[in-house]
Design a protein around this ligand. Structure first.
Ligand code: ADP
Length: 309
């Protein structure tokens, strides 16, 4: 890919600390668990790694702490050859997600933002050159509000916005998304911000249509094992999920977004890029964890039902 095809990911870099327990502890209770592995995570890093492993030329803009965990957080990005010039080191802890998985599959997650809290408007603006030169700028909701709100003024390519978790944002920033990539829960929260007086629709087609009517040029609504729905000025398209046996869907949404960015950086239309992303998201659901479950080449990907890929 030429520099003009660069994907810039502005977002979180975390370390995931996982514990497996028979059941979740009650308040005040201590339980024995298993696990204790520390693996690289954070939505921003996951999406950057997914895109780079698929051949994208990716620059990360984010922050890690000065603790020993920083290297764990960066390990997947380094292995995937993601550019790290835009990653700052901030005195204090690296972002940490403490994940507890019970035998029934139910999990609880505590996220400590740590250094990710430093990815503010000043840091984003300091990466102006990378952002202005990128074909696609990707961001999520795990950095401060002013860091996200500084982006649209700097983006000259497409702003792939995945507001997860959803926070209160300037409506103009939500409307700059092209595409906005959300699941149904996030879509409802974004719609409530843009059109608080409206009764929220339930049907995916109506949800995507309402987001477009509220001023968002293109929308990708992800629907888990039901696939996704793409809506832009060319119409509304259902994208099937690739039929796989899912073992762990952690990070499947991030893999989908990384792949979507790669497709768009290759100048594919949004439905074509979403079909590619659907195959990548499904592949990620067949392996454990987030970054370790991401494909290293397109040959590994499952096919979608129906014609074409
Ligand atoms: P999130 O985790 O952000 O809610 P989703 O669960 O909707 O995201 O997953 C994102 C995409 O990954 C889906 O639109 C789909 O294409 C793919 N995907 C997720 N889970 C599965 C699954 N069990 N089987 C096949 N594809 C899946």
């Amino acid at each position: 890919m030429s520099p003009a095809d660069t994907i810039a990911v502005v977002g979180s870099i975390n370390v995931d600390l996982s514990a497996q327990v028979a059941r979740h502890p009650q308040p005040g209770e201590t339980l024995h668990g298993r696990g204790g592995q520390m693996t690289p995570g954070g939505k921003g890093a996951n999406q950057a790694v997914a895109a780079a492993k698929l051949g994208g030329s990716v620059q990360m803009i984010g922050a890690v702490g000065t603790d020993a965990q920083a290297e764990v957080g960066l390990s997947g990005l380094r292995a995937a050859d993601v550019g790290l010039d835009g990653v700052r080191e901030i005195e204090g802890p690296t972002g940490l997600a403490i994940v507890t998985v019970a035998e029934d599959g139910e999990n609880t997650i505590v996220v400590i933002a740590g250094a990710n809290d430093a990815v503010d408007a000043a840091q984003v603006t300091a990466s102006r050159e990378v952002l202005e030169g990128a074909a696609i700028v990707v961001c999520q909701g795990e950095i401060p509000r002013d860091g996200i709100e500084a982006l649209p003024a700097l983006v000259q390519g497409r702003f792939l916005h995945n507001p997860a978790p959803v926070m209160e944002l300037d409506p103009a920033v939500l409307r700059a998304s092209d595409p906005l990539v959300v699941n149904e829960h996030e879509a409802a929260l974004v719609l409530a911000q843009l059109t608080p007086e409206m009764d929220p629709p339930q049907q995916p087609e109506l949800i995507a249509g309402a987001l477009r009517a509220a001023g968002i040029a293109s929308v990708v609504l992800t629907l888990g094992a039901q696939g996704s729905l793409v809506a832009d000025s060319d119409g509304t398209h259902r994208i099937p999920a690739a039929p796989v046996t899912a073992v762990d869907t952690t990070g499947a949404g991030d893999a989908f977004i990384g792949a979507l960015a790669v497709g768009l950086a290759r100048s594919e239309s949004l439905p074509v890029a979403a079909r590619f992303a659907s195959r990548v998201g499904a592949f990620a659901a067949t392996g454990h964890g987030a970054q370790p479950s991401y494909p290293g080449s397109e040959d590994q990907l499952p096919q979608l039902d129906g014609a074409g890929a």
